[in-house]
Design a protein around this ligand. Structure first.
Ligand SMILES: Nc1ncnc2c1ncn2[C@@H]1O[C@H](COP(=O)(O)OP(=O)(O)O)[C@@H](O)[C@H]1O
Ligand SMILES: [Mg+2]
Length: 150
């Protein structure tokens, strides 16, 4: 079910959209992010990490595949955040090597997965999907569609 359909006009607005969306997240949730390279998935993730007061610099895990951050929720409970980028993954064996499946089953953490389509059926259940579509008319405009799959 689509719960949000919005337009952002800058990187900052996408970050803010991620921050606002993060309110609905609970430990154990998996968020799948879809959209072409440079569409703004990582910016959206930065907004989520911002909401959970992540101190570390959030960068794209394109080469590291998986980054872990120590977040805190509004009641100051620790909440681990896994930021995963499967852009460079082209076979399931690669996912086994990095412990992807174990990570997906951690109930206390929030998991944010870019290029989730490359995981095939290794993602157990996605709580939310976020699709980011660049505009054909303007370089800085994005359409962000958020679905609740619960
Ligand atoms: N409205 C917007 N939302 C998000 N990013 C934008 C927007 N307009 C321009 N950008 C630029 O697009 C790029 C998005 O990069 P990034 O978030 O790393 O994309 P992805 O993770 O989808 O590959 C950044 O360089 C950012 O400055
Ligand atoms: Mg990215």
């Amino acid at each position: 079910m689509v719960i949000e359909n919005l337009i952002t006009k800058s990187e900052k607005e996408t970050l803010k959209a991620g921050n606002n969306f993060a309110k609905s997240l609970n430990p154990g949730d998996i968020v799948a992010l879809f959209g072409e390279l440079g569409s703004g998935k990582t910016e959206f993730v930065k907004g989520i990490c911002d909401f959970f007061e992540v101190d570390e610099l959030v960068t794209s895990p394109t080469f590291t595949i998986m980054n872990q951050y120590n977040g805190n929720d509004k009641s100051n409970n620790e909440i681990p955040i896994y930021h995963i980028d499967l852009y460079r993954i082209n076979k399931k064996e690669d996912l086994k090597e990095i412990g992807f499946e174990d990570c997906m089953f951690t109930n206390n953490a929030i998991k944010l997965v870019e290029w989730a389509e490359n995981a095939e059926n290794l993602i157990p259940r996605t709580s939310y999907s976020v699709e980011i579509k660049p505009s054909k008319d303007s370089e800085n405009i994005r359409n962000i569609i958020i679905s609740n799959n619960k």
